[in-house]
Design a protein around this ligand. Structure first.
Ligand code: TXA
Ligand code: MG
Length: 352
């Protein structure tokens, strides 16, 4: 007999905070995507998140903090990291920092000496955090591992049985936070001068470069994930960590992610085989499918990011219900937030 998944929908941040402090799991809204969270100091509760999501244990979690004081209790926030924190927090940016030896649950980052932290800007998330005693909630996106991330309460209901959901609006950005590694993990002559973008989001290279320029940090180099990956082959750089950790250094490189169940083909600007596919458009020019969607008729990248996961889910559900085995999507300009959208789509095209 199939088990019935029952959620408890909660409108009170006080009650949700108490649940977190009591070692329970709570799904909550953020400005990027919905998170599934546990007290970051409670190893049993954090381990349960991995179990519920079917997430590999070597994929570490982001710790959401109520304030800078909490960030500084668990990690070393200095130099460029502090400048980025002051510029973008609260907001859709996560920083990988050296972790302090403290009681953060081991399962959060599986024994790494770094930790990924962020202060979210969503009002409900911040209220929840500030009402907890722990002030730190470990939370990945509230989806089953590899499936499309949730941006609406409808996306999380019935997915995880017996969890509480703190209700909220649709996530305003719609894609995950940018992840910047500031933990100086590269052993070079001037290792202090390297940071890297592990995952693109709303805050991209341009925004970070502006902050560096206005702080006269002209020597600081921002590496892309591809450059990080190439470091291993470049004798100029030595990655300090052991091979097990190297994998974790590049979380964005996990090939399959955010995938619909149906095969997705990207960069499809044509009307070929439209009777066999469901198509997702971007911009005023409409390509056809048995059913078509549009991320943004006015070709607005921010609107497209906001709609991305909802439309991918709708298209996937339509495909499954109508036994159609192909989703196609128009190309998305590869600048600004389009870089993050394309990063997601490249992973989504490898179906689960
Ligand atoms: O927007 C977001 O960041 C959302 C909301 C809920 O805040 N959370 C989210 O979590 O996207 P998740 O688990 O889906 O992605 C966390 C990413 C993973 O790819 C993980 O590998 C990386 O953060 N990460 C965590 N700790 C790390 C560390 N110490 N070093 C490198 N990467 C790390
Ligand atoms: Mg995720």
């Amino acid at each position: 007999m199939q088990s019935i998944k029952k959620n408890y929908i909660c409108n009170s941040t006080e009650k949700a905070a108490k649940l977190i402090d009591d070692g329970k799991i709570v799904i909550f809204p953020t400005e990027t995507v919905y998170g599934i969270g546990a007290n970051a100091y409670n190893d049993e509760a954090v381990s349960l998140i991995f179990k519920l999501k079917g997430r590999p244990l070597n994929n570490p979690l982001i710790v959401h903090c109520a304030d800078i004081k909490t960030v500084e209790e668990i990690s070393y926030l200095s130099g460029i990291a502090k400048i980025l924190a002051e510029s973008f927090w609260p907001g859709p940016l996560s920083l990988v920092l050296k972790r302090k030896s403290n009681n953060i649950a081991r399962s959060v980052s599986n024994g790494l000496d770094t930790i990924c932290v962020r202060i979210p800007s969503n009002k409900i998330a911040l209220e929840l955090l500030s009402k907890t005693k722990c002030k730190a909630i470990a939370a990945p996106s509230a989806n089953l591992s590899n499936y499309i991330s949730p941006t609406k309460i409808e996306h999380v209901i019935d997915v995880f049985g017996d969890t509480s959901i703190l209700s909220g609006e649709q996530s305003v950005y719609g894609i995950e936070s940018s992840i910047i590694d500031c933990s100086k993990t590269y052993d070079t002559n001037n290792c202090d001068n390297l940071i890297s973008i592990l995952r693109h989001g709303f805050i991209g290279t341009e925004e970070i470069q502006k902050v560096l320029d206005s702080n006269n940090l002209t020597n600081l180099k921002i590496l892309s994930i591809k450059e990080v990956n190439n470091l291993g082959h470049n004798p100029q750089y030595k990655i300090k960590f052991d091979p097990k950790v190297e994998v974790l250094l590049a979380p964005g490189m996990m090939k399959k992610h955010y995938s619909p169940y149906t095969q997705l083909n990207i960069n499809q600007n044509n009307n070929e085989n439209f009777d066999k596919r469901i198509h997702i458009n971007f911009g005023p020019q409409e390509f056809n499918g048995i059913k078509t969607f549009n991320l943004s008729k006015s070709a607005n990248l921010e609107e497209a990011a906001f709609n991305l996961y909802t439309i991918l889910r709708q298209a996937d559900e339509f495909a499954i219900a109508n036994k159609i085995n192909l989703l196609t999507i128009s190309s998305i300009p590869n600048h600004k937030i389009g870089i993050a959208i394309n990063e997601k789509l490249e992973k989504a095209q490898l179906s689960i």
